[in-house]
Ligand binder design. Sequence first.
Ligand code: AMP
Ligand code: ZN
Length: 114
Amino acid sequence: MEDCLFCKIIKGEIPSNKVYEDEEILAFNDINPAAPIHILVIPKKHIASLADMKKDDEIIVGKIYGVINKIAKEQGFKENGYRVIVNCGKDAGQEVMHLHFHLLAGEKFGDKIV
Ligand code: AMP
Ligand code: ZN
């Protein structure tokens, strides 16, 4: 998608602080962190939102959760815990229309909804 911000990050046209990358998945630090650790994990395939997932996309979503656990282990917050959020559509406040998983860690969230 030519005008998609995250597709531009994937292509390297917009810089990002990469945390993880493989053939199908990219993870990078959120530019406006809502927690001490705030990483966005995205499929390299352009999927606009969770609601736009096709049946085959279930495989990549499963892999994304695997990458999230790998990052949690590598960055040392697996024990303390972490929160994963996906905003889908306007009522959820999704701003970037490229499926992304917010990975938040580094503090106790309690009832706070990010
Ligand atoms: P959402 O509201 O769920 O669509 O989340 C979009 C997220 O993308 C927000 O947390 C933004 O801070 C983040 N964001 C926007 N532009 C960039 C960028 N260039 N690099 C990293 N994160 C970004
Ligand atoms: Zn995109």
